[in-house]
Design a protein around this ligand. Structure first.
Ligand SMILES: *Cc1c(COP(=O)(O)O)cnc(C)c1O
Length: 387
């Protein structure tokens, strides 16, 4: 489905770490953090060992406590909701826009209005069960879906009006821009992720970025077993975690960051090859790009199939001809543990469910060649023609 893009400079950088005695949180981590902060235009960057860990630190830094409400979307990778649950918070879902898969701003405004209103108004947005002890609305956690940043500045205005913390899940969107503004640059805290299928990789890893000194200090402590500045190895001011990034990962990330814009450009070229070849295929809708998206940072190439197409069968047929493909995303509210805890049903978030039913991710990476895209598209065309 995807492939990392590793050059000689990354191999040399990782090998050089192995010649030293420092394999965890040293100079390479500091260097990587500097580059990540500069790239996203933020004061602070903290390297962590996954995007999920980074999002969890943001939720802790936002002070989410049991019962607190956090608005987010169900069209995402499961981690963006899970981190709220880790702290006993209640994720309240707002559906997404069909074009981008990002949070629907009209619905967000309505949700903010209602959740600040009467108990009857609040009930329109709360899950049918599991929210009996719902407390205060504390934060908004939008997701930049498939490399296309959400309208973060507009969401920031809405969040500021109600004194909410804005946590941006930018795990899929490093380098993406909305109206010239970079993903991760305008929220209170944002997270990028570096799993091997992302635009750049550290193996496992992520980075949290923010401008607030106090939050950055707290997250640094929580990342490192709760050790506050001045704590020794066995002093733990806070209940913390081991979310540290190691030096090999940071060295890899640092070298990847130097090539990030080049790799994003390569991905855009691959997306363009797909887009040209799928233009006249009526059963397939190509991914949409909003006019506000001034730079797409292609993460995946997800087409939407005509509702009459049997997706499962198509995936099997493509697979039998050597072409991997996957549904993308599966709605979070319909995951078994979510249904059990909050009583969600099919029909609750129709746009998310429609995208979830019809989405098909095709093989995609910066190292794909035009001939490979050609093969995928012609086999897809042949299989669709069989009906
Ligand atoms: C990749 C990703 C994450 C983080 O994933 P990790 O595997 O923990 O690094 C979080 N949210 C979204 C939307 C993602 O795509």
């Amino acid at each position: 489905m995807s492939s990392p893009d590793i050059s000689a400079s990354e191999k040399a950088a990782v090998a050089a770490v192995l010649e030293t005695r420092h394999l965890s949180m040293g100079e390479r981590v500091v260097e990587f953090e500097k580059k990540a902060a500069a790239y996203s235009g933020r004061k602070h960057a903290l390297a962590v060992n996954s995007g999920t860990a980074g999002l969890h630190l943001c939720v802790r830094a936002a002070g989410i406590a049991p019962g607190d409400i956090v608005i987010t979307t169900p069209f995402s990778f499961v981690a963006s909701s899970n981190v709220i649950l880790f702290e006993g918070g209640i994720p309240v879902f707002v559906d997404v826009e069909a074009e981008t898969g990002n949070i629907d701003l009209t619905q967000l405004e309505q949700a903010l209005h209602d959740l600040n209103g009467t108990p009857e108004a609040q009930r329109k947005w709360l899950p049918r069960k599991g929210a009996e002890k719902a407390g205060e609305l504390k934060a908004v956690l939008p997701v930049d879906v498939f490399g296309q940043p959400a309208e973060i500045s507009r969401i920031a205005e809405l969040a500021a009006r109600d004194g909410l913390t804005l946590i941006e899940d930018a795990c899929e969107a490093i380098g993406g821009e909305n109206r010239g503004e970079r993903a991760g640059s305008a929220s209170d805290m944002a997270v990028f992720a570096f799993y091997p299928n992302k635009q750049m990789t550290t193996g496992e890893g992520g980075v949290v970025v923010c401008d607030d000194d106090r939050k950055a200090d707290l997250m640094r402590a929580l990342r490192n077993q709760g050790r506050a500045p001045g704590d020794t190895w066995l002093d733990h001011t806070y209940l913390g975690y081991n979310y540290r990034m190691d030096e090999m990962s940071a060295a890899l990330g640092s070298a990847q960051m130097d090539r990030l814009d080049e790799m994003i450009a390569k991905r855009a070229r691959v997306a363009e090859w797909y887009t040209q070849r799928l233009a006249d295929l009526a059963q397939v809708e190509r991914p949409g790009t909003a006019k506000e998206t001034t730079r797409m940072s292609w993460f995946v190439y997800v087409v939407r199939l005509h509702p009459d197409i049997d997706r499962k069968q198509l995936i099997e047929r493509l697979g039998s001809r050597g072409i991997p493909s996957r549904p993308y995303f599966a709605p979070i509210h319909l995951q078994p543990f979510m249904v059990e805890r909050f009583g969600y049903r099919e029909g609750d978030y129709p746009v998310t469910e429609d995208l979830g039913r019809r989405g098909l991710a095709l093989p995609f990476s910066s190292v794909m060649e035009e001939e490979q895209v050609e093969v995928v598209c012609s086999i897809l065309r042949e299989e669709l023609a069989k009906g």
